[in-house]
Design a protein around this ligand. Structure first.
Ligand code: DP6
Length: 333
């Protein structure tokens, strides 16, 4: 039986937005995230004897089954990853990769992070490169080359920093603290289930056209230090203020790039207003939004029920996904 690899998604506290090198997927800035428990991808690899080419099959929670095209830019990097790992192993034979998401795809919930990480992990195992899979720094380096930056952070559990580095070798992820360190809660208020209008890849390409891009890059190094400290000291107020400003700052860059990228909808605004209202009432909650309309609301365990209830009551929210910090990519049976 094929060995399965499960990789969780992650929510960025300091966002990766913009690349220094598009071919090598090197980011312009370092980023920090929490690996989440409620959204994951499970992938496995088979070697069909009659196969004439490699094949990647993606299954979504809605039952949709897609065979990724070798022509599509993003999938091309994933097919090149199969070739890279096969060459490294010295083996031959075409593979079929089967990857299933347990959550919404392409709605800004980091489905590429979990799927690219799970697929790379499953390939390493299938081609007998267990040593790389177990050496997490090395694994994170390989994941990046599959074509999704944020996926490198899903290798580790808990709280993770992706050092931007300046080359293939130095751009790697590192764990700041494991999943037991701090029981933070991330409630995702779903206000949009359709595919987002613009891919993150496209956003990274046009980010530099924003007049605010350089300003964000220069502010972000201090934010990385602050978020790292707040995680290690479990200072929720400091963390919340920093993640909200980094999310606002990234969306300002998105809106002012050419073309302008506006991922939010009415529901996004209503959830943000609810977060402000909760804070005015003394309930500590903070939002952060990736490249999509759905809103991640962070709180501590003692406030989880009241924040969950408040979000569910909004007519714009179709469901709420509950996440805690999770273990990183792992082999499952
Ligand atoms: C807004 O990792 O999806 O979620 O490298 O092109 O795959 P690619 O982009 P991706 O970008 C993530 C952008 C973000 C912020 C983040 O997760 O850091």
């Amino acid at each position: 039986m094929a060995i399965r690899v499960m990789a969780p998604a992650n929510i960025a506290f300091v966002k990766y937005w913009g690349r220094a090198d598009h071919d090598l997927f090197l980011p312009t800035n370092s980023s920090i995230s929490m690996t989440v428990s409620g959204c994951s991808t499970t992938a496995f690899v088979t070697f069909p004897t009659d196969a004439k080419s490699d094949k990647i099959i993606k299954r979504s929670i809605s039952g949709l089954v897609t065979v990724l095209s070798q022509e599509d830019r993003k999938s091309r990097a994933l097919y090149a990853q199969i070739q890279r790992i096969r060459n490294l192993s010295g083996q031959k034979g075409f593979v079929t990769v089967d990857a299933t998401n347990n959550f919404l795809s392409d709605a800004g919930l980091a489905s590429s992070a979990s799927s690219f990480c799970a697929i790379t992990g499953a390939l390493l195992i299938a081609f007998g490169l267990r040593g790389i899979f177990d050496d997490k720094k090395e694994f994170s380096r390989y994941v990046r080359l599959a074509g999704s930056g944020s996926a490198v952070r899903s290798v580790y559990g808990g709280f993770v920093e992706w050092h931007k580095g300046h080359s293939c070798n130095t751009s790697v992820a590192e764990q700041l603290a494991d999943e037991h360190h701090w029981r933070l809660v991330d409630l995702i208020a779903i206000v949009q289930t359709e595919k987002k209008k613009h891919s993150s890849s496209f956003g990274h390409e046009v980010a530099k056209t924003s007049p605010f891009f350089e300003q964000r890059v220069s502010l972000v190094s201090d934010r990385v230090v602050g978020v790292r400290q707040s995680i290690l000291n479990k200072d929720f107020t400091q963390l919340g203020e920093l993640i909200e400003s980094d999310s606002d700052c990234m969306h300002q860059v998105m809106r002012t790039s050419n073309p302008s990228l506006n991922y939010w909808n009415d529901g996004t605004h209503k959830v943000m207003q609810k977060v402000f209202a909760l804070r005015n009432k003394g309930v500590e909650a903070y939002y952060t939004i990736d490249a999509g309309a759905n809103v991640h609301v962070l709180c501590q365990t003692n406030d989880m029920l009241s924040v969950h209830r408040a979000l569910k009551q909004l007519d714009v929210v179709s469901s709420v996904v509950v996440n805690g910090p999770a273990q990183g990519a792992k082999i499952v049976t």
